[in-house]
Design a protein around this ligand. Sequence first.
Ligand code: KE4
Length: 431
Amino acid sequence: MNRDASEKLFTEALKYIPGGVNSPVRAFRAVGGNPFFVNRASGSKVWDVDGNELIDYVCTWGPAILGHAHPKIISAVKAAAEHGTSFGIPNPHEVTMAKLICELVPSVKKIRMTSSGTEACMSAIRLARGFTRRDKIIKFDGCYHGHVDSLLVRAGSGALTFGHPDSAGIPAAFTSHTIVAPYNDEEAVKAIFAANKNEIAGIIVEPVPGNAGLYLPKPGYLEFLSEITKAHGALLIFDEVMTGFRLARGGAQERFGITPDLSCFGKVIGGGLPVGAFGGRAEIMDYLAPLGPVYQAGTLSGNPIAMAAGLANLEELGANRKSGNAYQQLEERGVQLEAGMKEAAKSAGVPVTFNRCGSMFCGYFTNAPVHNVADAMRSDREKFKKFFHGMLDEGVYFAPSQFESGFISTAHTAADIEKTVRAAAKVLRGL
Ligand code: KE4
């Protein structure tokens, strides 16, 4: 596949941008080779600057749940932009968005917008500490909550991909209150609470971790986290930046029937524009400035164009409708992809563990189950690299790292899935 124009652009990018990318996971460091550049996307496809068409299962890491350049989102952005790009003054879209999220996610009684998922998680942690007057936070290895100093400890996503889960530039004091536990392990969390009586402000968790690939909570695990936080006066924070409004109209908390104290969102609610949000119980949220003592702010928080794009995304998804929405279709495509990929691996005689939750998925090259990051780390990453590039040559783009989740949009057709599965069968046979 000709990628001359991408190579030329990457050479130029390397002169001015660290690693040639504005976010590390785009750099292909986990899979080898150089990233391609995209200047056009529509529906389930992206086209690189050399004109190669690819079926896209990254979906800009989640926001493109309707596929790329959905007409409803494009027209909403154009209409909003006609009236200005930012006011720094309250705008009506912010109220519509806040009201809609509170309707869709019953645990959220009040919500504050930010411009990224990182900001949302950082702010939720600060709020939990301010509200409980405690300092310590529990997170789980392999879970990624953005590049927050205090949470870049045994994180997932790019941090895991690069093999140095802890980042340089973070003073030990900044992470001394962060306690890391293995995901899906109840005893570990019990021991932490026992050893830190009345000191834990909260637990932050990806309810379905999508930053070490994808694995699911064991039955009862999320209920356990809810119970133990309540029992110890700590807060349960669901990081739904990835799962929110994707795994169900009310996110993972609806799918698994859990009521967290605070939730973080992003991606889908921005329709591809910079956005994040955090929300939860009113008595906690009212601790935020200007009402309360926890300061949090943002020039572009609630930006009118990002709000318009996010509202168009949610409305077109049918998130505001209990029936006749897009979630059944997303589930059906997920079932089709899972069945096809498992069949392809079986017929090729290649051990693959394929995890899926709704329209999020990950295939690991291992014959053992994957329930946490330790399991994920045992997968064969050399095979993943070969598979990734083989699929790319077949016109299918999966995340350029074993430690990322894949995403399906409503724009992915049954034919797209069939093409993907046929390509996988061919590539797997050649591994
Ligand atoms: P952002 O700051 O990238 O908007 O959101 C951070 C974040 C927080 N929480 C979860 C569960 C997330 O998945 C993310 C960001 N996801 C990554 C993909 N693994 C974004 C891709 C990237 O870093 O370039």
